[in-house]
Design a protein around this ligand. Sequence first.
Ligand SMILES: [Zn+2]
Length: 263
Amino acid sequence: MSEATDYYAIPYPLASDDAEGDAQMQGIAERVEAILRAGFTVPDGSVTIGNPAVAAGPSAVVQGLLGTDLFTSTLALTSGGSGGLVLTVVKNGTEVNRLHVAQDGSVQVRAGNVYRPVPFAIATGSAPVTLTAQASTSAVINLPAGRFVSPAQPLVYATVYAGSNYYAYGLATSITSITVGVTHRDNTAGTANFYVHWMAVQMLPTVAPGLLAVEPEYTHHTTCHTEGCDNARIPIPVVLDAPTVICGVCSQVVDDIVPITET
Ligand SMILES: [Zn+2]
């Protein structure tokens, strides 16, 4: 009477069993084949593909039919150059799409033989801005903490929502905050409330693109205290050049503004 292993149920003979080597070996072989054919689970640890001593990048290939089209997805670790991970989708032998994740964190999609970068970092929001007997005003928007990285400063786009006699502008002052402003088109003073819709983009880890800048001198720490906000209780350094500071995650006005004291 043979026993079997706990997890994969691979049979093995006991010392008390009759010696019938060929049948026992066949039982083990058939069980191993059944495990591999049916798709097997590794219950613990990692599956390693490739050998660092071999220059060619290892890959895993998945094939499947969709209608009569054969789709092949190849997951490859690239070596040399940028390094990273490449996911390639092949339809009937022709590459249709490729996703490239580089070591520096940049992501590109290749389709039609052209690489198309996916933004490295992006943030969008809607910020309340109030003019009180003013032709123009601005607000500081705190960006999500840690989202943007030096040496780039994000490129900023801003529009006034539902206010065609006003225009908005946006500019990056640092990697932690931006400034959006609202100005009356004929520069006369007025009182009005607006939401400014804004977007800040950094295309690659090092450039926004094309805008290489040194870190500015931060003057204040501003802290959001909205419960549940991703920025809550994180002091965000800003270059304060506007009367109002708004959290770029929860859109609430930030009241906790303290000068950064030199230590
Ligand atoms: Zn917040």
